[in-house]
Design a protein around this ligand. Structure first.
Ligand code: MN
Length: 509
């Protein structure tokens, strides 16, 4: 559903030098190309042809229209011929939506025997797109350049990647992140400048007192709790004690369902797309108080299930991870394999197979589970309440994946991305939480070392289907630094890249 009711706009750069007839043909070619893109089945978002732009006035008009139409999440430009690029200056200066410059051509192979000047006038993007590229470079316009024939599936895949990122970017521009409780005290890496985040990344971060959330908790009806409780038992495997109404396990799952309903109602009322929790702030402190209204422990099961629904989540007040997870979830829609918020939990030294266990106290998204998750209730002794609490327990699929985080460097946001290889993980009978296990690329020592040198968090947002190309497109749209740790990374080069970036962002400011 994340890609319904949104559009990409296609604008063809042209001019009247070759006469109106040529433009009529270019217009017909453009329509055919856009129809081809839409019929390819590769693009997740509909492309809408907005005609040829033949003058500075027409360029400016269509760019302003793109800015003001909420359905438009990005603009694709193609210069069929020399579209003198001074006419793009005013329009490009105003464009506020992501731009993709498609260097393609209506015709595929040169018809050597029949090619004449009329053919040339209709197939001149070889130089037309260079003129356009020059003005984008001169104006420092952030964009993606995709090169290749418009019928080539591999080329369309690149546009599809950008489309998904453009949709997630549009989604982030009116994202509200709600923090239930503040940051976990003293933690540096999950904090940052919320004003700068709104200016640069689009989303807004608000605080909601847990006492306000408890007003929703009070109003949750018992029959709604029972209905959700029944959904749990029909969706997941579970410990038999949970079904027995006389057990503390049953009570704990009941409380978890009530917490989930309260959280969802509050987030819906506020129009929030992401949230954070903090295990030190769970409502009325004294559970012996006759007016007690609070969670019995952190609402971990709720966070797991809300993440699967698409709500961004960050633990311990980590609003940057909450927002990034929501963005990842939007990009990931319809792709094979899920995504999750994860935390670097513990190290497994094993020579070349050394790896990092990824887990959290409770909050891992069941979208990455390799089998049906199991609903379990166990004691959790951290935070202001030490109590039994419900959670979904599972291991995750082996395979290739990628994880990402954003940190605030003071003068800029830095996106750190690491390709990872997920290994077969094992159940943890004495630590019953969901988990994944991975080797960071290019190897454990270099991957973890580079991440640490870059100042990356212990929290990150992981996906199986996303590649670094998605994150590169995201960093380009946001105008933020990106460091990618992959199979070719060496610590020596990584340090050089960070030093160069330091100078670049100092001068850019
Ligand atoms: Mn954490």
């Amino acid at each position: 559903m994340a890609f319904e009711n949104i559009e990409l706009w296609w604008v063809t750069g042209a001019q009247l030098l070759y006469g109106g007839d040529a433009v009529v043909k270019v217009d017909a070619h453009s329509k055919e190309m856009v129809e081809g893109l839409n019929a390819s089945g590769v693009l997740p978002i509909k492309v809408v042809y907005k005609g040829t732009a033949n003058s500075s006035r027409e360029v400016e008009a269509v760019m302003k229209e793109a800015n003001n139409d909420p359905r438009c999440v990005g603009v694709i430009t193609w210069m069929h011929t020399f579209s003198p690029a001074k006419m793009w200056i005013h329009g490009l200066q105003q464009l506020r939506k992501p731009l993709l410059h498609f260097h393609t051509q209506y015709n595929a192979e040169i018809p050597w025997e029949t090619m004449d000047m009329d053919f040339m006038n209709l197939n001149q993007s070889a130089h037309g797109d260079r003129e356009f590229g020059h003005i984008c470079a001169r104006l420092n316009v952030r964009r993606k350049v995709v090169v290749g024939h418009w019928k080539d599936k591999a080329v369309l895949e690149k546009i599809a990647v950008w489309s998904r990122v453009a949709a997630a970017w549009a989604d982030a521009q009116d994202m509200l992140v709600i923090r239930f409780g503040d940051q976990m005290n003293n933690v540096a890496v999950t904090d940052g400048d919320k004003v700068a985040a709104e200016m640069q990344l689009g989303y807004h971060v608000d605080y909601c007192p847990v006492s306000e959330l408890m007003e929703y908790h009070k109003k949750v009806a018992d029959e709604d709790v029972q209905a959700l409780f029944d959904i749990y038992l029909s969706t997941y495997d579970f410990d038999p004690a949970i079904a027995d109404a006389s057990t503390p396990e049953h009570r704990s799952v009941w409380n978890a369902a009530k917490a989930e309903l309260a959280l969802r109602a509050c987030l819906r009322d506020k129009g929030a797309k992401a949230f954070t929790t903090n295990f030190d702030d769970l409502g009325t402190d004294d559970i012996n108080d006759p007016h007690f209204e609070g969670f019995d422990q952190i609402p971990g099961l709720a966070s797991q299930r809300l993440m699967a629904e698409g709500y961004g989540f960050g633990a311990e007040g980590d609003w940057k991870s909450a927002a990034l997870y929501r963005t990842l979830w939007v990009m990931n829609q319809g792709l094979p394999g899920g995504c999750s918020f994860l935390e670097d939990y513990t190290l497994n030294f094993d020579g070349n197979e050394s790896s990092i266990l990824q887990a959290h106290m409770l909050e891992i998204c069941p979208l990455i589970a390799e089998n049906k998750p199991r609903l379990e209730v166990h004691f959790l002794g951290i935070g202001i309440r030490k109590a039994l609490t419900a959670r979904l327990v599972f291991t995750s699929n082996p395979g290739q994946g990628i994880t990402a985080t954003i940190v605030d460097m003071g003068n800029r946001f830095r996106l750190i991305v690491n390709d990872v290889e997920c290994l077969k993980s094992k159940p943890l009978p004495k630590l019953p939480v969901a988990s994944a296990l991975w080797k960071p690329m290019p190897d454990f020592a270099t991957g973890a070392g580079a991440w640490i040198l870059a100042g990356g968090t212990h929290h990150s947002c992981f996906s199986y289907a996303i590649t670094s190309e998605y994150w590169d497109d995201y960093a380009e749209m946001a105008g933020i630094e990106m460091l990618h740790i992959d199979k070719d990374t060496t610590i020596e080069n990584f340090k050089k890249e960070m030093r160069l970036n330091e100078v670049y962002y100092m001068l850019k400011k």
